[in-house]
Design a protein around this ligand. Structure first.
Ligand SMILES: O=C(O)C(=O)C[C@]1(C(=O)O)C=C[C@@H](O)C=C1
Length: 280
């Protein structure tokens, strides 16, 4: 039985992602309130696997999770891309006329900005996760409160769906990273089958330093799929670059890493894994 730490309750999108990624396997969820707790669980017990959202196609990157990933010393061993669709739901005896508040995870609220602008009289309240918002309404019999969550979570907690598919764009996907203790990585994925890597490095403040790194990656036929810069706290105007690359040849990828290492500072490989398919 695999033990999977997620941020959120049963019925959250992390729960859905965990069950899809480990389809056909017996899993036990460790439901955490925060992403910090997810990484703490992996560090406390090396058999625990973590799943953390890292970016969404409407709301953008979950920047703090990049930092947590780097600082935790855990390794990325996989990814999962999940189609996200939200509904707004409430108690059975509530309706559009009686609800005054809407609760959800901040990233979920961001994905429904246009919908919420059309319902500007609703007070928005940020919560730990989408399913937790639904569960609270149900458990506390919260009249006048609605939740934004998946239709599955609405059903799980016995709530009535007022409107479905309320996200700003139907092409709404969240990418989740599967992380574990570095010593367990080889049990979780085969390096030979890997075709994607996540790296982080900083660069000297010199002309063309980033473009040199990118040129080398291109020379080795390494495709950069994402670049995210984040400030280095305490070093004003200096940045860490989080880069995702895909490759057809592990050898060429390794050669490219050897070639860029002297041009970068603090280069760290966060994980080498197989790219994830987009799932409904
Ligand atoms: O609240 C949930 O259901 C979650 O799983 C969290 C989360 C996130 O962290 O981005 C996951 C996927 C969606 O993008 C919205 C929220």
């Amino acid at each position: 039985m695999k033990r999977i730490a997620i941020q959120g309750m049963p019925g959250s999108f992390h729960d859905i992602a965990a069950h899809q990624y480990f389809e056909g396997e017996q899993i036990q969820l460790i439901c955490c309130d925060t992403f910090e707790e997810v990484f703490e669980n992996i560090n406390k017990d090396p058999t625990v696997i973590g799943i953390s959202a890292i970016e969404n196609t409407i709301a953008g990157s979950l920047l703090h999770n990049y930092e947590l990933l780097r600082d935790s010393g855990t390794t990325v061993v996989g990814e999962h891309k999940l189609h996200i669709s939200h509904c707004i739901c409430c108690l059975n005896d509530d309706s559009w006329d009686t609800i005054t508040e809407v609760h959800s995870h901040p990233v979920a609220l961001m994905q429904c900005r246009k919908f919420l602008a059309r319902h500007s009289s609703l007070k928005m309240v940020e919560d730990d996760d989408t399913a937790g918002s639904a569960r609270n309404i149900s458990e506390n019999n919260s009249h006048g409160v609605a939740a934004i969550c998946s239709a599955a979570a609405a059903e799980m907690y016995g709530l009535k769906i007022l409107e479905d598919h309320i996200e700003d764009n139907k092409h709404n996907f969240t990418r989740f990273l599967i992380t574990c203790n570095p010593g367990k990585a080889d049990f979780m994925r085969s390096l030979e089958e890997s075709n994607k890597a996540s790296l982080v490095f900083s660069l000297p403040h010199e002309e063309g330093s980033l473009s040199q790194v990118l040129s080398i990656l291109s020379f080795y036929k390494i495709n950069m799929t994402k670049i995210q810069s984040l400030p280095i706290i305490g070093h004003e105007w200096e940045y860490l670059f989080y880069v995702d690359v895909t490759y057809g040849s592990l050898t060429r990828y390794r050669q490219s890493i050897d070639a860029i290492t002297p041009l970068t500072k603090e280069l760290k490989i966060l994980g080498e894994y197989k790219d994830g398919k987009q799932c409904e």
